[in-house]
Ligand binder design. Structure first.
Ligand SMILES: [Zn+2]
Length: 250
C-alpha cells in the first residue's frame, strides 16, 4: 500500500497505465485531491534537496513509496564509518590545527579506527533498540488510553491511529541517521565542535520526522523517543570508547 505524500492517506497505486498505449496517468489522492506522489516525476537531486530540507512529503516518499532495498543498510555502514572516524580524529588530535586532510588516509591503516567504527555501530544498534522499545510502549499507551492529541492528523483533522511497524521503523531510524554522513566533510573541510552539534541536532530532527511519518506519533512523542535513546547512548559512549581503547592496548 502506498501513501499520499501530501496528506499521508493510503493509496492503492501511484499511477494508472492505459492498456496497450503505454500512457501513464498520475494518481490523485481521494482525500486531498493532490497528486499522490509527485516525486515519481522528480529528479533524484530535487528529492534529496527536499530530504535535506526535512520536507515531510519527501520522507513519506522514501519511507512508504520507494523500495530502498539494501541501500539504507549500506548507508548505515557508511554512517558507522563516518562516526568512527569522528571518534578517531578527536582521540588523535591535540588541537583543531592538528587536523589535516592527510589524516583521512593515515586513519585507514589504524586498527583503532576500526575498533571505534565498531563502537559507533554498537551505538547505532543501541539507539535503534531503545527508540523501538520507547515507541512500542508509547504507542501501546496512546492506543489504550486514546490520547488523540499525541497522534498525527489526517487531511480532515481526524487523529490517526499510531501503529508499531517494526521493519518500517527500523528503516525510518536508519534513514534518520544518515545525517551522520556529514561528519566526514565537516572533519575534512570545516572542523569545529559547533558544527558537530549542528549535525547532531539535524540527526535528531530527521529521526523525529521519520518516526512520526512511519508510526503516526506526534512530533513531541517522536522527539522524546529520540532524545531518550540519544541520552542513554551519550552516557554510555565514554565507557564504550574506553573498552575499545583497552582492546587496542591489548
Ligand atoms: Zn492526499
Amino acid at each position: 500500500m502506498y501513501v499520499c505524500v501530501e496528506c499521508g492517506e493510503e493509496s492503492k497505486k501511484l499511477y494508472s497505465t492505459f492498456s496497450g498505449s503505454g500512457i501513464l496517468k498520475i494518481q490523485h489522492c481521494g482525500n486531498c485531491d493532490e497528486v499522490v506522489d509527485k516525486y515519481i516525476e522528480f529528479d533524484v537531486t530535487l528529492l534529496l534537496l527536499d530530504v535535506v530540507l526535512l520536507r515531510v512529503s519527501a520522507f513519506r516518499h522514501i519511507l512508504h513509496n520507494r523500495d530502498t532495498g539494501v541501500v539504507l543498510w549500506k548507508l548505515a555502514l557508511l554512517c558507522m564509518f563516518s562516526d568512527g572516524y569522528r571518534k578517531w580524529i578527536f582521540r588523535n588530535s591535540t588541537s583543531e590545527d592538528d587536523i589535516v586532510e592527510e589524516k583521512v588516509f593515515h586513519a585507514a591503516t589504524q586498527l583503532r579506527l576500526y575498533l571505534l567504527t565498531l563502537v559507533a555501530g554498537l551505538e547505532l544498534v543501541m539507539f535503534i533498540g531503545i527508540t523501538l522499545v520507547f515507541c512500542f510502549a508509547v504507542i501501546e499507551c496512546v492506543n489504550y488510553f486514546h490520547f488523540e492529541r499525541y497522534c498525527t492528523r489526517s487531511h480532515c483533522d481526524e487523529a490517526r491511529t499510531p501503529k508499531f511497524n517494526f521493519p518500517k521503523l527500523i528503516q525510518a531510524l536508519l534513514f534518520g541517521n544518515c545525517g551522520k554522513l556529514l561528519f566526514l566533510p565537516t572533519i575534512v573541510w570545516a572542523q569545529s565542535d559547533r558544527n558537530f552539534y549542528y549535525i547532531i541536532l539535524y540527526v535528531v530532527c530527521s529521526n523525529t520526522l521519520a518516526i512520526s511519518v512511519t508510526s503516526h506519533l506526534s512530533y513531541t512523542l517522536s522527539l522524546l523517543a529520540v532524545l531518550a535513546a540519544l541520552t542513554v547512548v551519550t552516557l554510555l559512549e565514554p565507557r564504550m570508547n574506553h573498552y575499545a581503547e583497552a582492546c587496542y592496548e591489548f
